[in-house]
Design a protein around this ligand. Structure first.
Ligand code: ATP
Ligand code: MG
Length: 484
């Protein structure tokens, strides 16, 4: 699935694919009222919905239909989420909670639906807020801390490997823009009586904006944009909308007071604009400073329970660990590798590994080459049978068709991303530990929490039991359904 595309596209809205959802749709005997789209993935679309029984917002994950593969996956996700909810009744463990589940019959077949607690933006969206330049290091640490807490619980307590950790699957507790947080509204935006069947546009907006019609919103933004241009203010969408609102309010007030004296309303507006532009920057900064980073691990659709008897292809390609690329046995350390990739990406805004290639084989070689370039030669023991290695390496254990360009992690952090020496040293140590080629040598989630980079030991935690080891006697399934 190409997640670089912003929307899921209409091609998958066919039999065996996504369920076509309309604003105001009622599901599960009219209990859930669909409000707007929250997101989508390779296997499902996810919607903001109002629970008319409990009078609160929920997230509705509607899986692709009938095709036994998607249905089976969704049913497995429900089982996993039930085990998680049972083991964490106090909701302390940084993993998303399942509230309900049901089957919905639609024009494209039967869809398994998961009702999940409503969370906020995913970490990809957070990265975009920093214009791809990376998130301040203290925030990255806090996020990593919560991811690792969630993993300590999944690995240590439940013997579950997530297998698909990536920024899109880690969710903040609320939206980045507090004004777009539907949880703050104690009433449905679209009441259950409103069954208007206007299909929901492929925009994933939620919250206050969906109260307004497209025309109203456009009108305000356009008005705001003009005002901002006139006054030489660099305004983003939010500010433009606010300016538009102000302009309209000031206009109305002056008109209703019959004070259309030349220059009066412009002057009044100019004052408002000055206030808005002055308030804008600190407001935005303080929003990010006060952002709740207690994120949760979501999307348990590909999670596997230990012991793993079949070696299935796992992980999304940039976050794949070397043992997965080589088709070797894997276990909980596979998730730890992905955490390393995510931590780097959050801190720098760049993918740690961005393999290229015309086909899978080329991409695997390129990926392993990038790993060796940064982390040294891959030891033979992670490919015990040597089956894959034979194709990838020459007799001198060099990767075929790949050259070392002398990039090192510390150089990258210091020179390319401008980290201070101390930050770069600690962060490098943390990353190098997670990115050990030998899975058993990677730290467990709890050991990673205690790493000095995360100010280990300062936080009060209850470790779970130690994680089980890699399964060595598993059967290998060929790579035909890898998540990419
Ligand atoms: P993938 O292609 O990663 O397997 P998927 O089809 O299994 O995806 P999810 O990853 O579970 O679907 O969800 C897709 C997106 O929907 C997420 O990236 C997130 O933005 C949004 N989302 C999922 N669950 C929630 C939730 N509980 N609250 C808010 N948004 C959510
Ligand atoms: Mg996902």
């Amino acid at each position: 699935m190409d997640r670089s595309k912003r929307e899921e596209g209409s091609a998958s809205y066919v039999h065996g694919g996504y369920h076509p959802v309309n604003r105001g749709d009622l599901l599960n005997e009219e209990r859930y009222v669909v409000q707007s789209k929250l997101g989508w993935g390779g296997f499902s679309t996810v919607w903001l919905a109002w629970d008319t029984q409990l009078n609160k917002y929920v997230a509705l994950k509607i899986s692709k239909s009938n095709d036994s593969c998607y249905t089976k996956m969704a049913l497995r996700e429900i089982q996993t989420l039930k085990a998680i909810a049972q083991a964490d009744p106090e909701d302390k463990e940084c993993v998303v909670k399942l509230l309900d589940d049901f089957i919905h019959a639609g024009p494209h077949g039967n869809h398994v639906c998961l009702v999940l607690e409503l969370l906020g933006d995913n970490l990809r969206t957070l990265l975009k807020h920093y214009s791809g330049k990376g998130i301040p290091l203290h925030m990255v640490k806090e996020i990593c801390f919560h991811i690792l807490r969630g993993l300590d619980f999944l690995h240590g307590k439940l013997s579950i490997v997530h297998t698909d950790l990536k920024p899109e699957n880690i969710l903040l507790p609320s939206t980045i823009d507090p004004e777009k947080d539907p949880k703050k509204l104690a009433v449905p935006l679209i009441p259950s009586s409103n069954k208007g069947k206007s299909p929901i546009a492929t925009s994933s907006s939620s919250g206050s904006n969906i109260c307004k019609t497209g025309n109203q919103q456009m009108g305000l933004k356009q008005k705001g944009k003009l005002v901002a241009q006139d006054c030489g203010i660099a305004a983003n969408d939010d500010v433009e909308e606010k300016l538009g609102l102000e302009a309209r309010a000031v206009q109305r007030k002056t008109w209703s007071n019959k004070k259309i004296l030349s220059g009066a309303w412009e002057e009044n507006l100019a004052q408002k604009i000055r206030e808005l532009s002055i308030n804008n920057l600190p407001e935005k900064q303080s929003t990010m400073a006060s952002l709740d980073l207690k994120c949760k691990i979501a999307d348990l659709g590909n999670a596997l329970h230990l012991p793993i008897k079949l070696i299935v292809p796992i992980q999304t390609f940039r976050y794949k660990c070397p043992e997965t690329l080589m088709g070797s046995p894997f276990s909980t350390p596979a998730d730890m590798w992905s955490v390393g990739c995510i931590a780097f990406e959050l801190a720098t805004g760049d993918f740690l590994f961005n393999p290229q290639g015309e086909n899978d084989q080329e991409r695997v070689v390129n990926h392993l080459g990038l790993m060796m370039e940064l982390l040294g030669v891959i030891p033979k023991r992670i490919d015990p049978g040597g089956k894959v290695s034979k194709d990838l390496f020459d007799k001198k254990a060099n990767l075929k068709g790949c050259r070392n360009c002398g990039r090192t992690l510390i150089n990258m952090l210091r020179d390319k991303f401008g980290f201070a020496k101390r930050d770069a040293d600690y962060f490098r140590d943390f990353l190098i530990a997670l990115l050990h080629f030998v899975p058993e040598k990677r730290p467990t989630a709890m050991q990673a929490i205690l790493h000095p980079w995360l100010d280990g030991g300062l936080r009060l935690l209850q470790p779970s039991s130690s994680p089980p080891q890699t399964q060595q006697n598993a059967e290998v399934i060929p790579e035909d359904n890898t998540t990419v």
